[in-house]
Write a protein that binds this ligand. Sequence first.
Ligand SMILES: C[S@@+](CC[C@H](N)C(=O)[O-])C[C@H]1O[C@@H](n2cnc3c(N)ncnc32)[C@H](O)[C@@H]1O
Length: 345
Amino acid sequence: MAGSISPMNGGSGTHSYARNSTWQRSGAAAVEDALKEAVMENLDLQKVLCDSKSNTFVVADLGCSVGPNSFHAMETIIKAVQRKCDKISLEFQVAFNDRIGNDFNTLFASLPEHGRRNYFAMAVAGSFYGNLFPSSSVHIAYSSASLNWLSKVPVGLTAEGSPAWNAAKIHYSGAPDAVARAYEEQFEEDMDIYFRCRAREIAAGGLILITMAAVPNRDVQHRMAHTLTFIEPVLIDMVKEGVLAQERVDLFNIPIIFPCIEEIRRLVEKNKCFEIVKMERLEVEGDAKNAVMHIRAALEGSLNNHFGNEIVEQVFERAIQHQHKLHSALMNTTSTGIFAVLRRN
Ligand SMILES: C[S@@+](CC[C@H](N)C(=O)[O-])C[C@H]1O[C@@H](n2cnc3c(N)ncnc32)[C@H](O)[C@@H]1O
């Protein structure tokens, strides 16, 4: 569908997310110990099992993509629960969730074999900005690098004459303030739904564990924003050369936000169903290598939907030629984010 959001590149080829997601993996690795600690110290096991009336412990990875990052995180979480519940006999089930177009085939083909994993696996396809599970049936929900994706391009960005009309730009970075505000409003609407749905699905005493890119305040540009806006001049050059219509660029926007930490806190508090046990700032060392490959693995599908494969092939050929500029913009910068532990009241 034209303009629709696409999941990460599937398969295991050169441009796949599976082979180009070490940035996201560094974020997850940075919180591995914190994940274990969060489970050991904050999961209310008696309460959560009593509320869900089941001895099957369910962990949901919301926005799992195709692996392997998800597998590491699920293993870490389950090992921590096992250590905590040595007197209770539990079976584990992992619900791998992502949007409908996600390459679940690659995910399941690369899942560790049964002898090497201690959980049953199921796929739950659909947006986490909506109901995904029966009431009180999930014990831990985990979202890593997925809540930066909005449910859609904010209203007004593609409407000529609207204050948020985002002509010749593909993101709010460097755009008029009305554009950034439109992203923030969409984020608030999406997070309202996300927390409302999780409040129904997570058993009392259960946890949400979130890692995501975030900024300390609204005026700071996130490191990742450079990688998004890096494509803008490439597209504009193609317009100047007559390869691409200006209108196609005007109508394309990437629905990714890097929210402020305090804004995330406000939105959790607004929901009232979760206690904020921990919300800490993360700084992950930035690796500038393979930046274009990372952008491609994450955005190629969305670009293809809008511009078509032939144009997108050219976009990335040109982007590779200019990648030294992106590397120098990214060198010596850290990627900031948050790690949050929320407990269902
Ligand atoms: C950057 S990837 C992160 C994948 C994985 N969690 C990791 O850490 O490597 C973001 C994932 O979130 C998924 N995602 C974004 N919005 C979603 C939504 N509304 N519902 C389900 N999944 C979503 C994307 O399809 C993508 O697979």
